[in-house]
Design a binder for this molecule. Sequence first.
Ligand SMILES: [Fe+2]
Ligand SMILES: [Fe+2]
Length: 180
Amino acid sequence: MKTEEASDQGSALGGRILKVDHAGEQGAVNIYRAQIFMARWTAPSLVPELREFKSHEEGHRALFAAELKRRGVRRCRSYWLCGMGGWVLGLITGLLGRHAISATTVAVERVVLGHLKAQLRELAGKDEAAVRTISQIVEEEQLHHDQSASHVQANHLWTRVLSPVVALSTESVIWLGMRL
Ligand SMILES: [Fe+2]
Ligand SMILES: [Fe+2]
């Protein structure tokens, strides 16, 4: 009985986390969609990479959507907020050019990767289906981080200005999503 209770709690927590991750992927898709829109003028050489990242994020979103559906769990109430926030963030940073675009990805992914790793630790042994789903996206998020970091200079103006702002916004939507 006790273990069943524990696994119920684990799957409630897993469902909560999967909802937030699903909403986050909608945000990520929209960041790239808006950045691609702007980068056609401000940073054309970055567009192929942004398209590749966007297609990964669409895959992640579908993965979380499928797992939520399997559980009969509805999407997070923060889904549209994440989508709109991502769109606005993508437009502004896309307008600022290639350095701002890559600095944004680095800042977002650093926060995201920290959360994903914490989620995996928290869900280990409690919700293996959630662990399997989350594990599948870590490698690509790491790739987005590393590839973007290779374009970014740490002391560049946009890195210094955008990193804390973007990191705080990302933390805030995750915090809010876990509470909605
Ligand atoms: Fe993603
Ligand atoms: Fe990503």
